[in-house]
Ligand binder design. Structure first.
Ligand code: GTP
Length: 415
């Protein structure tokens, strides 16, 4: 059997996703109407050999309580648990810390999945690929498979922002370099791994042990915390020497969600790759669009493309919404326009308002790899409980919770 482990980080890590992570962790942010985590768990639930899903992070337990209850109803065949790290242990430290829980029921293999990615999640194909690989040097089964994204050449010109995978013609990984200084490969780490469970836990133990030996070394300038282990920095580079490390290459859609504005291109991609039925809506719709069944939309409103509308939203006559995400209970009054924006829960937008961000092109390296520190968010982001008065124009702004905007505002962070 196989176990799935999803790494979700914690409060400290979610900072780039602010202000959207102020109330909810990034992994519970709805993309195309479903929390990011559900997009991962749903395809896992279709794999017969997976019964256990462990979500590992350092958020308080209460953060996932409701989500876990919903999961139990939605995925009765899965046993889903949240395991809380006592501090940020890095992407491999938690795997070691919770090794007894991971080893329970003797899973032969474990999936380790970054909780902040969106893609087609080809778990079945990765499992089949793992089984098919024979290491041609020592004739043994694969020990590790990394999900590699074949990126367009011009995007690979930002090598320092991702893990580079160099493989031979048999997909055997020869080198793994996390955030290299110069370009090594067009195949980048897509944030999904399938490991032989005994092998990877022993490997992390080995690395931790060698870190332990350095802890008391007084010649070290930087203090070493041997509990903190990074899969990308401490482990993956060591795997090619052992053999049995392969890359499963995919050209399918993939996006990581680091900054708040990245939720928009992720939403576009998921909407483009899922079927939605809007036949009961009276308003004009330009697909793809997701509308929650409890949302009320006036007949003369025009919605889409690339729009997700959450529960209990109310959209009045003549409203236009395009390339945007509306969370729960958002009210938009007559003839207002929302473009390239994320509107958080309980926000009220008056009449004749214009809320606008800038178009984020599908393969814009800024969002693809989150390369630059963007001073001003490309998307306009309104946090929860914002009030926008009638006739106001808001362009490329980030507005923190509980604010009222009374005058036209451009390129500002309203705190
Ligand atoms: P970069 O380092 O710039 O790539 O950004 P990042 O810190 O967001 O990426 P990283 O590769 O560290 O994280 C990948 C996934 O692991 C994300 O889903 C994180 O939330 C999660 N993660 C990162 N650090 C930790 C940690 O200490 N513990 C746990 N449980 N998850 C973590």
């Amino acid at each position: 059997n196989t176990k799935a482990i999803i790494l979700v980080g914690g409060d400290l890590r979610g900072t780039r996703f602010r202000p959207l992570s102020l109330n909810t962790p990034k992994v519970l942010f709805p993309i195309a109407g479903k929390p990011l985590l559900s997009h991962i768990i749903e395809p896992i639930s279709k794999i017969q050999s997976i019964k256990d899903v462990l979500i590992i992070g350092f958020y308080e337990n209460s953060v996932f309580k409701n989500f876990l209850c919903e999961c139990r109803e939605q995925f009765p065949n899965l046993n889903i648990k949240y395991l809380r790290e006592y501090k940020a242990l890095g992407t491999a430290g938690g795997l070691f810390h919770f090794r007894d829980e991971i080893k329970r029921n003797n899973p032969e293999k474990i999936f380790v999945i970054h909780g902040d990615i969106i893609c087609s999640f080809p778990f079945k194909e990765i499992l089949e690929f793992f089984t098919k690989q024979q290491d041609y040097y020592d004739d043994s089964e694969a020990k590790a498979v990394v999900f590699g994204i074949d990126v367009p050449k011009y995007l690979a010109s930002h090598p320092h922002t991702f893990g580079a995978i160099v493989a031979d013609k048999n997909n055997k990984v020869i080198h793994y370099v996390e955030k290299p200084e110069s370009k090594l490969s067009n195949i980048i780490n897509g944030g999904i791994y399938l490991f032989n469970s005994k092998y990877i836990i022993n490997k992390i133990a080995e690395v931790k042990h060698s870190k332990d030996e350095l802890v008391d070394d007084v010649t070290n300038v930087d203090p070493i915390d041997s509990d903190v282990v990074s899969l990308e920095n401490d482990i993956l580079a060591k795997l090619p020497d052992d053999g049995g490390f392969y890359v499963f290459k995919s050209g399918s859609y993939w996006r990581q969600i680091k900054r708040a504005a990245s939720a928009l291109p992720a939403n576009d991609l998921v909407l483009a790759n899922t079927k939605t039925d809007n036949s009961s809506q009276k308003c004009e719709i330009i697909e793809p669009v997701f509308i929650h069944p409890t949302a009320k939309i006036a007949a003369s409103a025009k919605i889409g493309p690339n729009v997700s509308i959450g529960p209990y939203c109310v959209i009045d006559e003549g409203v236009r919404v395009k390339n945007s995400i509306l969370l729960e209970n958002v009210e938009i009054n007559e003839d207002s326009l929302v473009l390239y924006s994320i509107i958080s829960s309980d926000t009220k937008i008056g009449k004749w308002v214009r809320i606008e961000g800038t178009e984020i092109k599908a393969n814009d390296p800024v969002t693809y790899f989150e390369v630059h520190e963007i001073k001003f968010s490309k998307a306009t982001i309104l946090s929860s409980n914002t009030f926008i008065n009638d006739n106001v124009y808001v362009k490329n702004c980030v507005v923190l919770p509980n604010k009222e905007i009374k005058v036209d505002t451009k390129l500002e962070i309203i705190m």
